[in-house]
Design a protein around this ligand. Structure first.
Ligand SMILES: CC(C)(COP(=O)(O)OP(=O)(O)OC[C@H]1O[C@@H](n2cnc3c(N)ncnc32)[C@H](O)[C@@H]1OP(=O)(O)O)[C@@H](O)C(=O)NCCC(=O)NCCS
Length: 162
């Protein structure tokens, strides 16, 4: 995992367009980089396979985006990326990470739960789409409850001290 740069945006955008139902634009990624959001990619052998973007506000943060290339999904990369971002957040003294997710995005919801997020609210009809509104689930992960965060492939409940 390394910091995303503007040179990565073409590849990240191509992944985003392929995997997200409602993708960010190039401008969204450029804004995230220029505004100092925490933007990281997973790269192996020169190939960018995943990315995640977090915004910090004092002791809290919001996970704004996470995506894994279509051919690389279900290999643990999403969880590794997410736990990497949470560990980084903990190092920045962030105490709590929020996110919002479409209620239909069962893959992402399962990933977030497995990484220690729990649902704290629902915004009815928050996302607009062709069929009308779709609910947003608000989820939160308290970083202070772990002495160290779960590693890739390890769930919080599996930890002896978790
Ligand atoms: C959500 C996403 C990031 C998951 O990444 P991934 O690398 O495929 O996920 P992992 O292999 O790390 O899986 C971690 C856990 O997530 C859940 N999960 C991932 N994909 C899933 C799917 N298709 N169906 C159900 N659960 C899924 C499972 O709980 C999985 O744990 P398990 O393998 O032990 O069962 C990926 O599917 C993706 O990029 N989706 C499109 C973009 C998106 O929706 N982003 C979130 C909103 S911004």
């Amino acid at each position: 995992m390394r910091a995303m740069t503007q040179a990565d945006v073409d590849v990240v955008l191509a992944i985003e367009l392929a995997v997200q139902r409602f993708p960010w634009t190039r401008g969204n990624f450029i804004d995230a980089l220029t505004n100092g959001y925490v933007c990281h990619v997973d790269e192996e052998g020169g190939e960018i396979r995943a990315y995640a973007i977090l915004i910090q506000v004092l002791e809290e943060a919001e996970l704004l985006n996470i995506g894994v290339a279509a051919g690389q999904q279900r290999k643990g990369l999403g969880r590794a990326m997410l736990t990497g971002m949470l560990n980084m957040a903990q190092e920045k003294n962030i105490r709590r990470v929020f996110l919002e997710v479409r209620s239909s995005n069962t893959a992402a919801i399962a990933l977030y739960r497995s990484a220690g997020f729990s649902e704290i609210g629902v915004r009815r009809g928050y996302y607009q789409n062709a069929n009308g509104g779709e609910d947003a689930l608000t989820m939160a992960c308290e970083l202070t409850q772990y002495s160290s965060l779960p590693q890739a492939g390890e769930r919080p409940g599996e930890r002896a001290n978790g």
